[in-house]
Write a protein that binds this ligand. Structure first.
Ligand code: COA
Length: 373
């Protein structure tokens, strides 16, 4: 069995930063227009008036201040409220592949590797823009990588599930180096007309290069000490979009073909699940939580992360122990914890430990214990 290290990470950040204020202005315009257009029905009780959103609520409830979007113009147009991403021909690189190629290039450069060193590509994310051919195979071709590629989806936990898959492949010798890529265009499955959730997501793509420790030469190496994955079925985060939709001629519930969640239930159920998961994972590896230098947690909600860190550490985590990036990026699904890792690991000292953890729909939880080499 080969020891495995993360030797490079990359981050593609979309060009359009959108503040809570800008998002709320578009939402509130939509609400005002809706209520004006339907004033008579609202007055006679046939229709419920819509309620405005608030930037203060968003920051207080979630910790999010802004997000980056692949397209802001379509989202901020109160008549549309859907990103404008024009279709590309089959001969052009698809949008998700383009994001993944950009992030992968950074990870390869950090690792001091080229495409010739890699023989497996995993694209792991919440939403893939098509069923086939796999986006990962398109990325493989764009980067001129020999070997094989496949897509996988474990919602927000896709990155850690991808990292475990890559680690196993390298440890057992079926690949020398693996790229795990997380191109998330969450804005395309978010209902920007839903007051409860219109602020939740942002777009981004992360990349992680894993390889055999014995031949890795990069300046910053993180040894994969152990991975632990878990899933428990829940309908509290659900998206019914899929290829069977066209068989439902009435298309009776178009809004359930987007992200839908019971936010309060998710909060209550997922925090203990993740806290116990990390505690058990550390115990199984004889590691005291006090000896973990950093937690790169999934970035969905600030209070959730504070609660999970408190459960694991038995006290509040310092900002430097559990870095927050959701204030700038919002929830970028599987990319979130990897953005935290990408931006906050190079300062760690040799021997220090960290835990990368993702959690979300499924429910799914993943944790990866890493040691700075
Ligand atoms: N603007 C202003 N007020 C709003 C609002 C908005 N956009 N959305 C909801 N509110 C109001 C509600 O009307 C409610 O008011 P009331 O108390 O007078 O009835 C109040 O705020 C609380 O609403 P609630 O939906 O219970 O908010 P919350 O505190 O649960 O926060 C989330 C909402 C989504 C931020 C929170 O539940 C969450 O983050 N959950 C976990 C989400 C998650 O991690 N999902 C994983 C996806 S991968």
């Amino acid at each position: 069995m080969h020891k495995v290290v993360i030797s490079g990470t990359g981050l593609f950040t979309p060009p359009n930063a959108v503040s809570n204020e800008a998002l709320v202005a578009a939402f509130n315009q939509y609400v005002t227009d809706f209520n004006t257009r339907n004033a008579e029905q609202i007055a006679c009780g046939e229709l419920a008036a819509l309620t405005h959103s608030s930037a203060e609520f968003i920051e207080k409830a979630s910790g999010i201040k802004q997000r980056y979007l692949m397209d802001a113009s379509g989202v901020l147009d109160s008549e549309r409220m859907v990103p404008l991403l024009p279709p590309r021909s089959n001969d052009e690189l698809s949008v998700q592949a383009e994001m993944a190629v950009a992030a992968a290039g950074q990870a390869l450069a950090k690792a001091g590797r080229t495409a010739a060193d890699v023989d497996m590509v995993i694209v792991a994310c919440s939403n893939l823009q098509r069923p086939y051919p796999a986006v990962s195979i398109e990325v493989q071709q764009a980067l001129a990588i020999n070997g094989f590629a496949f897509d996988m989806n474990v919602a927000c936990s896709s990155a850690t599930f991808g990292i475990q898959t890559a680690t196993n492949a390298i440890a057992t010798g079926s690949a020398r180096a693996v790229l795990v890529l997380n191109p998330e265009i969450c804005s395309a499955h978010l209902n920007f007309r839903d007051r409860d959730s219109h602020f939740i997501f942002g777009d981004a793509c992360t990349a992680v290069l894993l390889e055999r420790a014995e031949s890795a030469t990069a300046a910053n190496l993180l040894e994969v000490v152990d991975c632990k994955l878990a899933t428990v079925f829940s309908n509290n985060i659900r998206n019914n979009f899929g290829f069977l939709n066209r068989c439902d001629e009435g298309n009776s519930e178009p809004l359930d073909k987007l992200f839908v969640q019971q936010g309060r239930k998710v909060f209550k159920e997922v925090c203990p699940l993740v806290g116990e998961h990390i505690v058990a994972h550390l115990a199984a590896n004889d590691i005291a939580a006090a000896n973990v230098r950093r937690f790169w947690l999934h970035q969905a909600n600030l209070s959730m992360n504070q609660l999970i860190a408190r459960r694991v550490l038995g006290r509040d985590a310092a900002a430097d122990e559990a870095p927050v990036i959701l204030d700038r990026y919002a929830n970028t699904s599987s990319a979130g914890s990897v953005i935290a890792l990408h931006l906050h690991h190079e300062d760690m000292a040799t021997g220090e430990l960290g835990v990368l953890s993702s959690f979300g729909a499924g429910y799914s939880v993943g944790s990866v214990i890493l040691r700075k080499c």
